[in-house]
Ligand binder design. Structure first.
Ligand code: NAP
Length: 247
């Protein structure tokens, strides 16, 4: 049975992706950092529907915690065959004059180092050269990597630029090892991440600027992620799907 790890699987896009993957037949690991209640709710929802799921607390930016999480998955479910690098953070909207080194480093630790560490551990388990059977990785970036998030969070946008570049490089590096690496770039999606930036109603403020004139739902992003992980996307690697209402 396929084993999927969804980082940040307890809320928002990750939550819906975890539930959809379980419905599709994966054993699902719901990773979270702080909110155990939310993670347990996702696991219970999956189990009540007859699926198999496990919540694991780990800060993806902390190497030892990532190692411990992958070891726990090995023991509980067997090696990961599908990775959704989804856990991401941003902070209060700000121009660049007010960004501190501490804040920039926190954004990069989760959004970049965390993605690298999870890819590294997944590749060690999936690659033919390590005795694996291949696998698939989806990195959740953002339309911000193309647009830059001026006046809001250029640090966050730049971290997503790194995710895009990492997707391109890694996809080529591991293509002959049976591993596909792709990227989904959501636009304005209704989740709690916007409250972290100090504007819970951000999607509704900006939706008229989108060609489709509406914000997106987490389900619309999850469908793209699940497709990219599936065998239906068997010849797709190093690709980017913008789920952003046309912007
Ligand atoms: P969200 O609702 O704020 O949820 C974030 C999730 O990430 C939570 O499960 C959180 O767990 C987890 N998390 C945060 N830091 C973590 C860490 N260091 N280690 C492990 N887990 C961590 O976010 P979202 O809107 O669903 O965003 C998901 C992804 O989509 C992010 O990469 C984001 O950048 C990207 N994205 C979102 C939008 C949008 O409009 N929503 C647009 C473009 C891209 P806890 O609750 O336990 O902290």
């Amino acid at each position: 049975m396929a084993v999927a790890l969804v980082t940040g699987g307890s809320r928002g896009i990750g939550r819906v992706t975890a539930i959809l993957l379980a419905e599709t037949g994966y054993k699902v690991v719901v990773n979270y950092q702080r909110n155990k209640q939310a993670a347990d709710e996702v696991v219970n929802t999956i189990r009540e529907a007859g699926g198999i799921a496990l919540a694991i607390k780990a800060d993806i930016g902390d190497e030892l915690q990532v190692l411990a999480m992958f070891a726990e998955i090995d023991n509980a479910f067997g090696p990961v065959t599908a990775l959704v690098n989804n856990a991401g953070i941003l902070f209060q909207q700000s121009t660049i004059e007010n960004l501190t080194a501490e804040r920039i480093n926190r954004v990069l630790a989760t959004n970049v180092t965390g993605y690298f560490l999870c890819c590294r551990e997944a590749v060690k388990r999936m690659a033919y050269r390590h005795g694996g059977e291949g696998g698939a990785i989806v990195n959740v970036s953002s339309a911000a990597s193309r647009l830059g998030a001026p006046g809001e969070y250029v640090d966050y946008a730049a971290s997503k630029g790194a995710v895009d570049t990492m997707t391109t490089g890694l996809s080529v590096e591991v293509a002959a090892q049976g591993i596909r690496v792709n990227c989904v770039r959501p636009g304005l999606i209704y989740t709690e991440i916007h409250a972290s930036g100090g504007e819970a109603g951000r999607v509704d403020r900006l939706k008229e600027s989108l060609p489709m004139k509406r914000g997106g739902q987490p389900e619309e992003v999850a469908e793209a992620i699940v497709w990219l992980l599936s065998s239906k996307a068997s010849y797709v690697t190093g690709s980017f799907i913008d789920v952003a209402g046309g912007k």
